[in-house]
Ligand binder design. Structure first.
Ligand code: NAD
Ligand code: UDP
Length: 312
């Protein structure tokens, strides 16, 4: 049995990861300040004898003897990370320093939940790990993008300087049950709007693209990455390479929910990436043939079911 720390464990992705790690017979410490996460996401785990919840902030040092650390603490949706941009960048940078310091002291393996946002508004399409990105350092998304880029730098430097055993995963747009219904991300927004027969808000003309990954495929990728030997450090892209326009997504959700919602156009937010799709050849080669198993229609149907259940 391993003892595993998951920061941001009460969030959308973190709660699925905690659940999977417990199901595999591990002891899990979930650390979260509940900024965007919620006790509701982990309430079903609270009685588990090997689950422990710590209300704390990653910008503060934390000490525990652990074998592995997954560092997920960070608001992930534009409205949440832009709410207090200074706190967002502190969470990524000071959070990384604190968890890396812990990993160094207790000799734990540590995985960073990085993001496709490190590629910014990419000028190379699709995005391989070698691409350095096209990021505005002073725009509304910078607190998140540059914070995550700096965290990657810190991970590499702790590895090179202190031999900390690191893994960096660049996550592409991920969706599924337990997404925050009001976090403004496209999948949750469109499903909530469709279920309420409210207008579907298309930012810009809806021709921008994203590639949507179901949360279970990401969690599988995380666990396989943590299980690799110490020479594998990444960064590796984990995402679903099937690309959709935002308009296609809206039409799919309307059809699947049987909604009468009209489409309305709203201004495209500043620095909104025009296209995004991961190259996942490295992930497949390094992670034993890993590839996404859940395609968009199946994943959306599970997510719609979830949002229906929390609405009722
Ligand atoms: P989320 O907002 O549901 O989860 C983030 C969790 O971190 C929340 O529980 C929140 O309360 C917690 N948190 C935030 N600041 C904290 C702090 N200072 N101290 C302690 N806890 C803190 O978002 P998510 O989608 O589950 O994202 C999890 C991680 O994955 C994030 O690091 C995010 O950047 C990364 N990621 C997610 C996506 C995606 O599409 N969902 C894409 C790329 C990267
Ligand atoms: N988007 C949209 N309507 C919404 C929410 C988002 O058209 O109600 C667009 C947004 O402009 C972006 C894409 O959907 O082009 C994905 O947005 P999200 O915030 O989910 O993720 P990110 O931009 O961080 O990839």
């Amino acid at each position: 049995m391993k003892r595993i720390l998951v920061t941001g464990g009460a969030g959308f992705i973190g709660s699925h990861l905690c659940e999977r790690l417990l199901n595999e017979g591990n002891e899990v410490i979930c650390l979260d300040n509940y900024f965007t996460g919620s006790k509701k996401n982990i309430v079903h785990l609270l009685d588990h004898p090997y689950f422990e919840m710590v209300r704390s902030d990653v910008t503060m040092p934390f000490y525990a003897e652990v074998d592995e650390i997954y560092n997920l603490a960070c608001p992930a949706s534009p409205i949440h990370y832009q709410y207090n941009p200074i706190k967002t960048i502190k969470t990524s940078v000071m959070g990384a320093i604190n968890v890396l310091g812990l990993a160094k002291r207790v000799k734990a393996k540590i995985l960073q939940a990085s993001t496709s946002e490190v590629y910014g508004d990419p000028q190379i399409h699709p995005q391989p790990e070698e691409y350095w990105g096209h990021v505005n350092p002073i725009g509304p998304r910078s607190c998140y993008d540059e914070g995550k880029r700096c965290a990657e730098t810190l991970f590499m430097d702790y590895h090179n300087q202190n031999k900390v055993r690191i893994k960096i995963v660049r996550i592409f747009n991920t969706y599924g049950p337990r997404m925050h219904p009001h976090d403004g991300r496209v999948v949750s927004n469109f499903i909530v709007q469709a279920l309420n027969n409210e207008p579907i808000t298309i930012y810009g003309n809806g021709s921008q693209t994203r590639s949507f990954q179901y949360v279970d495929d990401l969690v599988e990728g995380f666990i396989r990455m943590m299980g690799t030997d110490d020479t594998v450090i990444g960064p590796i892209n984990i995402g679903n390479p099937v690309e959709f326009t935002i308009l296609q997504l809206a039409e799919m959700i309307i059809n699947m929910t049987g909604s009468s919602s009209p489409l309305i156009n709203m201004p495209l937010p500043k620095d909104d990436p025009i296209q995004r799709r991961p190259v996942i050849d490295k992930a497949s080669a390094i992670l034993g043939g890993w590839k996404p198993q859940v395609q968009l229609e199946e994943g959306l149907s599970k997510t719609i079911e979830y949002f229906r259940s929390v609405k009722e």
